[in-house]
Design a protein. Sequence first.
Length: 430
Amino acid sequence: MSGYLDNITPDSFSGIIFALEGVARTIVLLNGPTGCKFYHSATSDNQTIRQFEFDPLNYPEKWYFGQPRVPCTYLDSSDYIYGSRDKLTEALEFLRDNVSFELLCIVNSPGAALIGDDLRGIAAAIIQDRPVVVVETPGFSRDICAGHETAALELLKQLPLRQADEKAPKTVNLLGLSVFHRNYTGDIAELRRLLALCGIAVNCPLCAGGDLESVKNLPNAALNIVIHPDYGLRTAENLNAQYGMPFYVCDGPPVGFAATEKLLREICVSLGADASPAIAESERARARAYAFISRVNSLTGLPKGVTFSVEGTYSELYAYTDFLVRYFGMIPSCLSVLSAGSDCFKDRLRALLDKLGVSDALDRDILETDSELVLASGNTIAKLKLKKHAFSGIEISLPSLGYVDVIPKTHLGIQGALLLTEQIVNGLMF
């Protein structure tokens, strides 16, 4: 029973589905068994609510099985022998005639990818008035970041993108955001707000709420901003190679005041915009955060010197560690890597840890941590609670413990830095 607390983390297959679910007014049809459907539909609907009550009679059709998202063809053993054409045809005809959508995406499950059905040909014969994107091979054992980029690149390859003679000035696309990111709605709202303060418009948050029109207009933005490099760097490089689009890679997601200010200043220099309104707001927010931190520190000495652990991708570990160390004076105890195969930020993280003199933080097991503060998924926080470890936990990724965020939250940007300050101060006090 030594592994009873182990997590099963999302893979490339999940990354593809969540990325395509992130295109507004899109149906993602899963060509596979029902067992591959339920988790993805539930997670997607929790992140972007489509139904207002949990009533299975709302979606009684055999393709939906009582859930509002990710219909599936419910393949069984005979379909793996004789092919999925009949079920796929029936599902496509039902969706064409009964469901409103702008884009249809068909994704093979890992098992269905071995059948060899002509998904594109079957879909083309039935869906003729709207675009169809097909992902025939889900990536098998690769991680969720790789799957996300696979889906994004297939969208760029299979959709007819528009390219105007001139780029839209002071307009950007946001890459590397996913509906699987716990606070993606709040993240995008904060990034839009800060960029708008600088006079910069967001065309498309790719695979994170952007609609079909904004995806088609991707090449017309003046700049692509890669928020999570693990989820968006390959996409940015592809757009640069195909359309000559310049891109800016964040130092991990912009967690904290300094990272946010650096992002805004450098983006504004690149686009000829004015960062001063956003910087002025950040300075006011810094002053507000300082007042509360100073009061707590005068009584307890906290949060300086508090040990912490973080679970996330390489770029997320870099972003959180940099903020917690440099702003709060905290000490990293354990950094637990998710999606280790997507390692474009691995060297940056190691360089930061070497500079801080804590390079061994990457070698420790987060389930054995004695940190006073843990930033991780709800599952990891629950595991540590089960082990009777006394600590303060802050959810930064899915799966969640179930807290309902009526107000969209974020750890990015100025509002994110304030929220994280609030969570840390209260977590250490109570």
